[in-house]
Design a protein around this ligand. Structure first.
Ligand SMILES: [Fe+2]
Ligand SMILES: [Fe+2]
Length: 290
């Protein structure tokens, strides 16, 4: 496999999200009896690109890799942009996908935030919807797809078989490391997710970027929106504390807006702009650091 395809097995980042939708086809599909295996057999077979993407993700997201990425990106010394410039920057991501069928990143963000707004939720949640995928700019900083998107999971402890494609974790060096391979690994029982290091990607990055500006419930939505093994499958209960259990309902409230708000009709940005300008002004600083 050449360097280009191992950095980018997916035709576009949307391919990962389309696969999430295949696994969770409706808002009530929060697993109660079904196993991840059954989801995997749902409808069309998984595309090889998606499978390869997960193989790379599960193989390379080690505890050390995550620490390295946190050091590299959480000092936010790469760039400084207004939110609007950041959307324009993020929209460059559409270039490698099919422009006829795929909405731009901003359009996905607006559809998410607009469906939250239409249901009368608080304005900070609308803002959370608008911003939740901003972390995908990591791809534009040269990061491989498997370090930007994909279901997230705790590192530093045993992997749950509720994470999609658990068999690929056998190729992760941490899998056989005695420090990381017990159920709790480096953590204490009930330590709370705030003390747990998650696999690296756009969720943690955008959470860290916005953690001073958005209410706690919104921060959980940002930080854990791709942690399907938790919010859809109920895994990793032994790492949670009572605050996480309290916040779970907010993450679950958010998820359908992310997954099911896609619509082929793009929102009218010019009409919406004044509302979003004042919303952004209310909560966020003039420039964001990347
Ligand atoms: Fe996302
Ligand atoms: Fe999203």
């Amino acid at each position: 496999m050449n360097e280009k395809s191992s950095a980018a097995p997916l035709k576009s980042l949307d391919e990962w999200e389309e696969d999430v939708l295949r696994r969770y086809p409706d808002p009530d599909s929060i697993a109660k009896e079904k196993t991840v295996d059954e989801y995997r057999n749902y409808e069309a077979p998984v595309r090889d690109t998606v499978k390869e993407f997960y193989r790379l993700n599960h193989t390379h997201q080690t505890f050390d890799f995550v620490q390295q990425k946190r050091n590299e990106f959480l000092s936010f010394s790469k760039a400084q942009m207004t939110v609007w410039d950041a959307f324009e920057f993020l929209n460059q991501l559409v270039d490698d996908s099919d422009p006829d069928t795929d909405l731009s990143q901003l359009q996905h963000l607006l559809q998410t935030s607009e469906s939250i707004r239409a249901d009368g939720h608080p304005d900070w949640m609308v803002l959370t919807g608008l911003m939740h995928d901003m972390g995908k700019v990591l791809c534009l900083f040269g990061e491989p797809q498997w370090a930007v998107v994909g279901d997230t999971f705790p590192v530093g402890c045993a992997y749950s078989n509720k994470v999609v494609y658990p068999e690929f974790f056998q190729q992760n060096p941490d899998y056989a490391n005695p420090t990381f391979s017990t159920q709790l690994g480096v953590y204490e029982k009930g330590c709370g997710l705030r003390n747990v290091t998650m696999s690296w990607g756009h969720d943690e990055y955008v959470y860290q970027m916005l953690k001073d500006y958005i209410p706690e419930e919104g921060l959980y939505m940002l930080r854990y929106h791709s942690f399907y093994a938790w919010h859809r499958e109920g895994a990793y209960d032994y790492l949670l504390d009572s605050h996480d259990r309290d916040m779970l309902k907010w993450v679950q409230l958010f998820n359908p807006y992310d997954l099911y708000s896609k619509n082929p009709t793009p929102p009218n940005w010019n009409e919406l702009k004044p509302y979003y300008e004042s919303l952004v002004k209310k909560y966020l600083p003039a420039e964001l650091k990347f």
